[in-house]
Write a protein that binds this ligand. Structure first.
Ligand SMILES: NC(=O)c1ccc[n+]([C@@H]2O[C@H](COP(=O)([O-])OP(=O)(O)OC[C@H]3O[C@@H](n4cnc5c(N)ncnc54)[C@H](OP(=O)(O)O)[C@@H]3O)[C@@H](O)[C@H]2O)c1
Length: 259
């Protein structure tokens, strides 16, 4: 049975770039996304056309039991999950407290934190049994800093980060590597940032900050770091990594408000 890389939250950004990187190393790729069947088919087609093994699943991580059933299905029918990437975002744009409803806040928590908790509950027993495996969790600037309008997003991303630290305390001694990656900047990600901004604003952003200006994180380069993390020797594990374009201010140098 092939070793599997399971990517939960697999759009054209980090998700697809990471899948290409792991596929190159012989992994069977399992891609999960919420709604875009055509996008998923395109990704699977690209991987298979390039000579790789890949399976795709449309699944909403907030639906009870679906994530758990998928982990069991992959482990029993496809292969051992060597690496799982929890790449679900919870950004809803800036909303002040008044317009952050209970429902919105709860959804952010389900996407950002509870989904990871449920994944860990179903996946850890397999990885512990093998004393190996890696869980990579994508974070954001909001994992380490709250901000205006970010009530729901920052609360869930920070709690996701703490969940990673707690998982790490329990499972690193059992041979399972858990790493949280703070993505401290905007990514050239058409399915997330692109859809949130709309095509014109996204294109404008790329013109101003695109690749050659190194103002946006490039998903293929993020994927190189993810691959490296998943293959570190146990004598030198990274538990948290932060990534940003060289031209961006890191989160701890956030510009002061004009007073
Ligand atoms: N984009 C940025 O600028 C940025 C900045 C900092 C941090 N991040 C972090 O990066 C990660 C996302 O990476 P990316 O932006 O490059 O995205 P991506 O890999 O291109 O796509 C992520 C995919 O997640 C899927 N998804 C969202 N909600 C889901 C749900 N409930 N169930 C199943 N799948 C779901 C979406 O699928 P559908 O399209 O099918 O709905 C989306 O395509 C997140 O953890 C986010 O916090 C992003």
């Amino acid at each position: 049975m092939p070793k599997v890389c399971l990517i939960i939250g697999a759009g054209a950004g980090i998700g697809m770039s990471t899948s290409r990187r792991f596929a190159k190393d012989g992994y069977h790729i399992c891609l999960v996304r919420r709604s875009d069947q055509a996008g998923l088919d395109k990704s699977i087609h690209e991987l298979i056309e390039s000579g790789h093994q890949a399976s795709g699943f449309i699944l909403d991580v907030t639906t009870p039991d679906h994530l758990e059933a998928l982990v069991t299905k992959i482990e029993t029918e496809i292969g051992e999950i060597h690496t799982a990437v929890y790449n679900i975002g919870a950004q809803i744009g800036d909303r002040n407290l008044d317009s952050t409803t209970h429902k919105v806040f709860e959804l952010g928590w389900k996407l950002g934190t509870f989904g990871l908790f449920r994944l860990a509950k179903s996946l850890m027993p397999y990885m512990v049994q093998r004393s190996s495996g890696c869980l990579l969790v994508t974070g954001a600037t909001a994992s380490v800093r709250g901000n205006g309008g970010q009530h729901s997003h920052a609360a869930t991303m920070a709690s996701r980060r703490m969940l990673c630290q707690s998982l790490n305390a329990e499972f690193a001694p059992k041979g399972v590597h858990i790493a949280h990656i703070v993505i401290d900047g905007l990514i050239d990600a058409p399915d997330t940032l692109g859809k949130m901004l709309g095509p014109d604003a996204f294109e404008d952003l790329k013109q101003r900050k695109g690749y050659e200006k190194n103002g946006l994180l490039v998903p293929d380069q993020i994927a190189e770091s993810y691959f490296h993390l998943a293959h570190q020797h146990p004598s030198a594990w990274t538990h948290e990594l932060d990534l940003r374009p060289h031209s961006a201010l890191p989160w701890w140098n956030h510009q002061k408000l004009d007073l």
